[in-house]
Design a protein. Structure first.
Length: 484
């Protein structure tokens, strides 16, 4: 393969690891371990050999981003056999599989009643499939349905690219958080700089801290990540540093573009385009974590980073938790096939695959709904949460005017509120508010350094009744007046 030639010149273009299928058996070697670049802190990152070949401009070098642990992963022959069997005709005789015999499972049939009266029935044959092992990337029919949905909603430019060029692919994960965790474990090594706008989702901080990376916070406002903050941070490096395997230039940007947790901020289309161009300039991967995409209250919805992605540098993280069920643990990644293949290899040796039963529940619901039925359901979800948002806004105006500053969110579940005269909300919220029987989250929980005082709190409007929201803000107002 030309991708496996001895490479010279610009290593920011595509240069697959010798551990990748394209390079198997070529015997390419260099003075460094082939495909592994030395890191300033002594760690290893997959990258080009010392000398690398010139490939067509604009093709991403995905193995520049992958760490040595991810590159060392190999496909399980047992998993490959499982997936081959599921694609085979009924005449195939398999003496290879270690699957249990489904005739021995005690479950025979199942029926689920949907709120609109629709029924989903698992007959004996479907039940056997739903209770059996399945492909690590997801049930094929579900992946196909989801890809069609992504094409309709986002129209990714990379759909018709080759894998080497960043072809769009998709895999199912145990909720979006599982996908995020596997992405970071694929991309990050000790000493790396990971960029994200703060405040941010605390679980992401908990994922990153044990990896030994430096988390650099970027400014945001009511419209999300501020592009100038990203540009200013990256100005410490030259764009050419992305071609140097010894440079500590950041490689990954993480952001929540819609209804961000905790701020409720949503990026405008103009901001996304500006951020994408900065990412192109400095050769960043963008992790677009968008669990609240289907909870945007105003149309038309701003284009996603995936819809802008002409390079194949965006990995989009979606979730069904907010619109179908959080307990089903159903998320999915959409992005360059080369990178998602590494995530699937990780799944093969960890979770194996998302519950087949869960996948079939969602698949049959989506197939019966069709895309129009699914989007109709999304509209009903949006209407509910928009009404909840409006309820919280009215209660905030009634009780918190003059005591608290806030912006009205255009998506998601949260109000991000700054308490006037309260430099640090931690004790107020974790102690006094609990005594008054009102629960909120103190702002320091969402900060990179949670020891720094924060005057903010996060209030969620998703679960409480209008009466509870109103009474909760009344109690919060009384607390602020006591301490301010």
């Amino acid at each position: 393969s030309p991708l496996c030639e001895s490479l010279t010149g610009d290593w920011a273009t595509h240069s697959p690891s010798p551990l990748s299928p394209q390079c198997a058996g070529t015997g390419q070697q260099s003075s460094l371990k082939a495909g592994v670049a030395a890191h300033p802190l002594g760690q290893e990152r997959v990258g080009p050999p010392v000398s690398i070949s010139t490939l067509p401009p604009g093709i991403m070098n995905y193995f520049r981003y992958i760490n040595a642990v991810s590159a060392a992963r190999k496909s399980s022959p047992i998993r490959e056999t499982t997936e081959l069997l599921q694609r085979s005709p009924p005449t195939m005789i398999s003496l290879a599989s270690g699957m249990p015999n489904p005739d021995m499972f005690p479950f025979e049939m199942a029926t689920f009643t949907i709120k609109d009266g629709l029924k989903i029935t698992f007959g004996p044959d479907t039940m056997k499939r739903a209770l059996q092992y399945s492909a690590s990337s997801g049930v094929p029919e579900l992946i196909s349905w989801m890809k069609d949905l992504q094409k309709r909603i986002h129209n990714p430019p990379t759909v018709d690219y080759s894998p080497e060029e960043g072809q769009m692919d998709l895999c199912v994960t145990n909720g979006s958080q599982d996908g995020l965790n596997k992405l970071f474990e694929m991309l990050v090594i000790p000493g790396d700089i990971v960029l994200l706008d703060t405040p941010t989702y605390p679980s992401v901080l908990f994922m990153l801290r044990p990896l030994g990376c430096k988390i650099v916070g970027l400014s945001n406002d009511q419209h999300g990540l501020v592009p100038q903050s990203l540009s200013d941070t990256l100005s410490k490096w030259e764009p050419e540093d992305a071609k140097n395997p010894l440079s500590d230039i950041p490689k990954v940007l993480y952001t929540i573009p819609n209804g961000a947790n905790p701020t409720g901020a949503s990026m405008t289309a103009e901001r996304k385009r500006e951020i994408y161009q900065i990412a192109r300039k400095y050769n960043l991967l963008i992790i677009e974590d968008d669990p609240y995409y289907f909870m945007q209250f105003e149309k038309p919805w701003a284009p996603s980073f995936l819809s802008l992605d002409v390079d194949g540098r965006v990995i989009r993280v979606d979730s069904f938790s907010k619109i179908l069920s959080s307990g089903l643990r159903m998320g999915f990644l959409t992005g360059p096939k080369t990178l998602l293949d590494r995530v699937v290899l990780h799944m093969q040796v960890s979770s194996l695959h998302v519950s087949t039963f869960t996948q079939f529940m969602v698949l049959q619901l989506l197939q019966q709904w069709g895309q129009e039925g699914f989007l109709k359901h999304v509209d009903s979800v949006v209407q509910f949460y928009a009404k909840q948002r409006d309820t919280m806004q009215l209660s905030a105006e009634r009780w918190l005017e003059g005591l608290v500053e806030w912006h009205v969110p255009s998506a998601g579940m949260f109000f991000w509120m700054k308490l006037k005269g309260v430099p640090d909300t931690y004790k107020l919220i974790s102690e006094k508010a609990v005594e008054k029987e009102v629960l909120l989250i103190p702002g320091n929980s969402f900060m990179i350094d949670d020891s720094v005082p924060s005057p903010y709190v996060r209030a969620a409007f998703s679960l409480s009744t209008p009466e509870q929201i109103d009474q909760g803000f009344q109690r919060l107002a009384a607390l602020i007046k006591e301490v301010a």
